[in-house]
Write a protein that binds this ligand. Sequence first.
Ligand SMILES: [Zn+2]
Length: 472
Amino acid sequence: MAGAETGGKRTRHTLAFMRRQEQAVHELPSFARYLNKVFDFRTAAAGLTDARLAPEIPPSAVFLAAFHGFVFRLPSFQQLQAELSQPALQRWIGAERAFGDDVLRYSLCGFSLEGLEAMLVQINRTLKRNKVFQAGRVQGRIVAALDGIETLSSYSRCCDACLERRVQVRKAGIKVEQVQYYHRAVGCQIVSSPVKSFVAIEWLQPHEGEETAALRLLRRLPALYGSRLFDILLMDALYAQTAVLNVAEEIGWDVVISLKQNQPDLYRSAIRLFARREADSSCTEQHGGKSYQVQLWDTEGLPFSGEDPRLVRVVRSEETVTETHYRQGQRKTEESSHEWLWITTLDPRIFSAIQVRRLGHDRWKLENNGWNDLTQHWAFKHGFLHACKHRPQAAAENGERHSVPNQGLAAVTLILLLAFTLCAAFTHCHSKLVRRYRLTTLEVARQLRCSVSKLPPRIRAPDCPAPEPQTI
Ligand SMILES: [Zn+2]
């Protein structure tokens, strides 16, 4: 009897263990509960609009379809269309039937960008209110980075908003010049927090430089967020300009900007000054299998340019990087030297040259983690909806009907940034499983996608009141 009891207990324990193992995966309902509870996601999605007249598939269902496409990391709209053949997913996003990528494209081409941007802003404000951006602050400051990215390029397809450039290509062995069409945007992303949320994105218009779009983005931020969302802004040398420094000063951001030869006067005077003296400080670092010997020079009070004599602080870092390789069983040590300069408005009494250097290098993390992650794992460069001719019509003032401007690429990009930010918030702020089992974000995406088939059917007796909708 005792043996049978022990055996029974063991079976119960084994069953309980197996149940726990089964539960140790992420499922859509818990993802949705988190999004709804923390960000009121369902209400926000229900308020989205597009340019179609009385559509059978509501804009919220189109949004949720594209959103889940990104959450599941699907590579294309064709793949999403295949996924939407599942009745469980149709119910989940609030669609009465399956729909194809023609509906997705037609809706998204005329999607209201204001609604999507308002969602992104609300999510970031909630993250800040919930103190998510407190983690990783530098001397108590939240750090963001601004950078540009090219989202697509083509020699054949173009739209009204395309940028153009002439490039040299080889045809039958002969170099010829050809017009290439492309789209480029500037994005601002929080980089100090583990949740590297995107704050805003601005598209370059035809015939304008990246700095013009960047200034437009920076000037829009206070109006969008109502308060200063972050404290320090990291930027590339391209943005070392009077107008950028003015906006930052006006809004109250400190900046760390790479200094290269595109600011020749400041660059030369810093190099001349530093060449005359020993380094002000030094440090060593080990990471990524490399060892860094760093010497730092730091000065305040150099005039920014001939036209803008305001005094700025410049930090220079001379770095010797030692890396050990094993080639054909032989251990080989390679050494390389690098030089970096930054302009900063950070107070030297609070931020040492070592900290300025670290912040300066953080900007590169945006290229390696932010945009690069979007490109590699989130289908960011697939050029969804580019040059889509089939668009909803709207009446002009003279009563003539014409196609609405194509907002497809901008709409899909904003949905992607929403999915990126919310998935990061879910994995870093909510998921116990990620912490316990060290799951990768790709594994979380796979689990969420697999859980569609496990969604419970919506069952309702004819005389019962309607249950709470299960969709998000
Ligand atoms: Zn275009």
